[in-house]
Ligand binder design. Structure first.
Ligand SMILES: [Zn+2]
Length: 319
């Protein structure tokens, strides 16, 4: 394995190849990542909104001291500060109660200080993240691809929930996911990744423009194009058709069910991001590998005397 110069300590690799260790480690990591994703999902849209308000005020020349959104006087608000606190009584949450899922169960879903209800969404997202990480670990095994697929999984969960909440897919997540996919392809198949990214963007962009010309309405947003471009970069162009078909069909079916059985207004737009993200994740799990991305199926197996497989691109001549 000397050719694959990934800086993981050797002893770690040995432990991860023992049966059951990788899924267990991935599951625990998934719970912790889910806890962080809760913070991202809650705070990123609010941080962006604050920035936009500040910029709008600046553009309008509205720097009056009465302006509550004056950025210099506002307390710091980002992914790090302030500490996690109860939205009702502002009491900081004790470290013990921040333990994923268990903290919420221990508190029976109520703030320890004021008794306000804590949404079950927080432990559910942690649990979903933990389970998704276990599934990725079982699917990819102790490979570099597994690490890549875990990164993609974390991004997709955050994007899906933020789009569900706000109908907005932030560039702060879609663009890093796209660049990471292209960067990862340097160890695999760059051409596949670049074609996947370009086609992914242009497919939805064309549908959007055609729909706009035909109906005068906007059927989706630029965030959707960027998300599909990112998925194309990670999974290659061959993954795009199944992703677009599955997400469109699922979106249409669920949209119709909501309209006919739950009285949802026909005009009310449906966020497309969650369907794209879910379809992308399923295609990643069902596919052979990450064709746009990393060393295809190269196991991190320190016992194996074989050299890493599949470093060649499909266009290079076979021996
Ligand atoms: Zn409270």
């Amino acid at each position: 394995m000397t050719e694959v110069g990934w800086p993981l300590p050797h002893s770690w690799l040995l432990t991860l190849t023992l049966p059951g260790v990788l899924p267990a480690v991935a599951g625990l990591a998934g719970l912790l990542v889910g806890s962080f994703l809760n913070t991202v999902i809650h705070r990123l849209p609010r941080t962006l909104e604050r920035d936009w308000r500040a910029q709008c005020a600046e553009l309008a020349g509205d720097a009056a001291p009465s302006n509550e959104a004056a950025p210099s006087s506002a307390p710091r608000y980002d992914l790090v500060a302030p500490r996690s606190h109860c939205p009702a009584c502002q009491t900081p949450i004790r470290a013990l109660h921040l333990i994923p899922v268990l903290g919420w169960l221990w508190l029976r879903g109520r703030c320890a200080a004021c008794g306000a209800t804590i949404s079950p969404r927080y432990p559910l997202i942690e649990l979903a993240s933990g389970l998704a990480f276990v599934a990725v670990a079982l699917r990819f095994g102790p490979t570099v691809e597994c690490a890549a697929a875990l990164v993609v999984t974390g991004f997709l969960i955050a994007l899906a929930v933020i789009d569900f909440d706000t109908h907005y897919l932030p560039d702060q997540l879609t663009l890093p996911l796209l660049w990471l996919g292209l960067a990862a392809s340097l160890a695999g198949d760059v051409r596949n990744a670049v074609v996947g990214a370009i086609v992914g963007y242009l497919v939805l962009w064309s549908v959007y423009q055609a729909f706009k010309l035909a109906t005068g309405k906007e059927g989706m947003g630029y965030g959707d194009f960027k998300l599909l471009a990112a998925l194309g970069a990670w999974l290659g162009p061959a993954a795009l058709l199944p992703i677009v078909l599955a997400s469109s069909v699922a979106g249409a079916v669920i949209g119709l069910v909501l309209i006919f059985f739950f009285g949802r207004a026909r005009e009310q737009p449906l966020a497309f991001g969650p369907y794209l993200a879910a379809a992308g994740w399923l295609v990643m799990m069902a596919g052979d590998a990450l064709p746009g991305g990393l060393l295809l199926g190269t196991p991190i197996d320190p016992w194996s005397p074989d050299p890493p497989r599949s470093l060649d691109s499909p266009w290079s001549p076979d021996p």
